[in-house]
Design a protein around this ligand. Structure first.
Ligand code: GYE
Length: 630
């Protein structure tokens, strides 16, 4: 790999001499790339970062680039190279290629087309850390994804549309971004879910305007006379909403209520359009530029606990919210000023080695952060967790966090916490509640993806021709990991008719129950069992014992696949009694304490953070188990 001027940046000492850098920057400008002008500097450059932007024609993308530049300015040891693909996928693929040829240490990319850029991102990730901003690529071949939760944005906009229409209902015109692009599809689907409760709210027409104001104005102007009537316009970004408003003005269509997304500051930004009464509502859609630089530095410094995905929080902007915020932020945090933060944590129980590692991580991180932790063990009972949360409310803790034993049944107690003004953070497991204003942030795993990973490994290993009879050991029924892992596993094997789940029972995530359930199935099942897919390693290890007692060889006669990647699973794999374990990371303590401190410091929190995880086959277990934290 050689940089411009034939210098291989990799062999350059960290402090790039000004001359070398000048040559590099000259080459960059020749190559149509932009880099900040070199200034006499005190701090030597340690890291070269490439930022590949999809285009600089959309206001939101310009804001993203500005956010990156503003944050980058706080890190003099970082040098940035910016590229603008002008919405050309081919050009962006070249930009990535060239940025790596210049020897960048980190790539930050906001793809034009996420599917088309997936191979380039995977190629870059095989060489350096990569942060994907805004449009998620396929798969998990990158260091970190930061972006908006588009489905949620659409759903929130749908709720506003329902409110604007009121009980008499009415018609909605939707103005979409680039047709088929994930953000546009997700916002559209979310919007339809958001209006679903109002049966007489109908989407009477859709226009596609590629995120552009003028396109929206032109398209609507051309069709406004022939389109069925509409009372509300939902535009998937503010620029298109403004274009639509202009078209309505020209056509004399007054009284139409408009909803947008982006909520940028500035004269033509969504916030100003709401203030002027042009938009009835918009939603801030943080660009992620700032977070990309902060986490970029963490990646370059190889820091621990960096999530795999971060979904940023949107905030609704209406005249009411502007009035409320103009009268100064009401901070529930003031009361904690000058004293230690008090965190109430309701744990699921102590059912597995994973849970023990999770509890240890939370307790030690709280001690390290100087946070007063009130810890309650829920003993696998929802009512015990609910009681604990109520006691936290009574004690007026600053923040409540918990890992929900099951997905449903939390509305009442979460409403009580909301009424008390105490924020709730979900760790490890989610709740199945539509109204996600009842909890502040979630951190944990993508359980569906874990199930998919297990099944992909199985199909790779056992093939798609010989019949494979599967015994599934489920976790506790109704729990997020049970629901997710089962769904992900079935989603993949559905395409391979030679796989069939012949028995599926819950072992509650307990090792003992894994043993007893497997023993029961071995006793009653007449068909050959080829594979055990266990929702966690503890149950798998219990099953291994039962299989051995039956005189069969676990890991050989019956393939054993678990989830968690705990120490005992590595021992079983090294002993040849287990074949694979899909990682689920229990070390959530440091992330939870950072989120609690960020909240108490008045920072906006991401709505979801998905942990980074892998998969461990027996073949490399001996090597992989060395030095593992859990
Ligand atoms: O896989 C299992 C524990 O919620 C992700 O719960 C967690 C699961 C984990 O009992 O071992």
């Amino acid at each position: 790999m050689s940089g411009a001027a034939g210098i291989s940046p990799r062999s350059l000492p960290r402090a790039v001499p000004a001359a070398g850098l000048l040559a590099l920057l000259a080459a960059l400008s020749l190559g149509g790339l932009a880099a900040c002008s070199p200034v006499p500097r005190q701090t030597p450059i340690r890291y070269l970062v490439g930022f590949s932007q999809a285009n600089l024609s959309e206001p939101w993308r310009i804001a993203m680039t500005e956010d990156v530049k503003a944050e980058a300015a706080r890190y003099p040891e970082m040098r940035f190279i910016y590229t603008d693909a002008a919405d050309s996928t081919g050009r962006q693929i070249e930009d990535v290629q060239r940025l790596l040829e210049y020897g960048i240490d980190l790539l930050i990319i906001s793809p034009t087309d996420s599917r088309a850029l997936t191979p380039s991102v995977r190629w870059a990730y095989a060489r350096i850390p990569v942060i994907v901003l805004d449009r998620d690529v396929e798969g998990y071949d990158y260091s970190l994804f930061i972006g908006p939760d588009n489905e949620r944005l659409g759903r929130e906009a749908g709720k506003v549309a329902s409110e604007l229409l009121g009980s008499q209902g009415g018609s909605i015109l939707e103005i979409g971004g680039r047709s088929g692009s994930p953000p546009s599809v997700d916002r559209s689907e979310g919007f339809r879910r958001g209006i679903a409760d109002r049966k007489n709210a109908l989407i009477s027409g859709t226009i596609v305007a590629d995120w552009l104001r003028d396109r929206a104005e032109d398209e609507l102007s051309a069709r406004i006379r022939t389109l069925p009537g509409f009372d509300v316009i939902f535009a998937q970004n503010d620029a298109m909403a403004y274009g639509a408003w202009r078209a309505c003005q020209v056509a004399g269509r007054t009284g139409i209520k408009l909803i947008g997304i982006d909520g940028l500051a500035g004269p033509m930004g969504g916030i100003e359009l709401v203030r002027k009464g042009i938009l009835s509502a918009t939603f801030t859609c943080p660009t992620g530029g700032k977070e990309a630089v902060i986490y970029g530095m963490d990646l370059l410094q190889k820091k621990e606990g960096i999530p795999k995905k971060i979904y940023l929080r949107p905030n609704k902007v209406t005249l009411e919210t502007l009035v409320a915020s103009d009268s100064g932020p009401a901070s529930p945090r003031d009361r904690a000023l000058g004293r230690r933060i008090v965190l109430g944590f309701a744990q699921v129980g102590a059912e597995s080695e994973w849970r023990a590692a999770n509890t240890k991580s939370i307790k030690s991180a709280a001690a390290k952060a100087g946070i007063d932790l009130i810890f309650v063990d829920g003993e696998q009972r929802q009512e015990k967790q609910i009681d604990a949360i109520r006691s936290f409310i009574k004690r007026r803790v600053d923040v409540i966090a918990f890992s929900p034993f099951v997905e449903s049944g939390w509305d009442e107690v979460l409403n009580e916490a909301m009424a008390a003004g105490i924020p709730v953070i979900l760790t490890d497991r989610t709740v199945g509640i539509k109204d996600n204003s009842l909890w502040l942030s979630f951190m944990g795993s993508d359980f569906v993806e874990e199930g998919r990973r297990a099944a992909r490994w199985v199909v790779e290993e056992l093939g798609s021709s010989n019949p494979v009879n599967i015994v599934e050991l489920q976790g506790n029924i109704g729990a997020a990991p049970t629901i997710g892992r089962k769904a992900g596993f079935e989603e993949v094997i559905r395409d391979f008719p030679n796989y069939s789940i012949i028995a599926s029972e819950s072992g509650g995530f307990f090792r003992e129950q894994g043993y007893s359930v497997m023993k029961g199935i071995l006793a009653s099942e007449s068909r050959e069992i080829d594979l055990v897919f266990s929702h966690n390693d503890d149950m798998a290890i219990g099953a291994i014992q039962a299989i051995k007692e039956k005189g069969l060889r676990p890991g050989r006669d019956i393939v054993i696949v678990g989830v968690d990647a705990i120490k005992d699973a590595f021992k079983a794999m090294a002993a040849g009694e287990m074949n694979c374990s899909v990682e689920c990371n229990p070390i959530l303590g440091p992330q939870l304490m950072k989120v609690v401190q960020d909240y108490m410091a008045g920072k906006d929190l991401p709505i979801r953070m998905i942990t980074s995880e892998g998969i461990f086959p027996a073949a490399t277990a001996r090597r992989d188990m060395v030095g593992r934290e859990y």
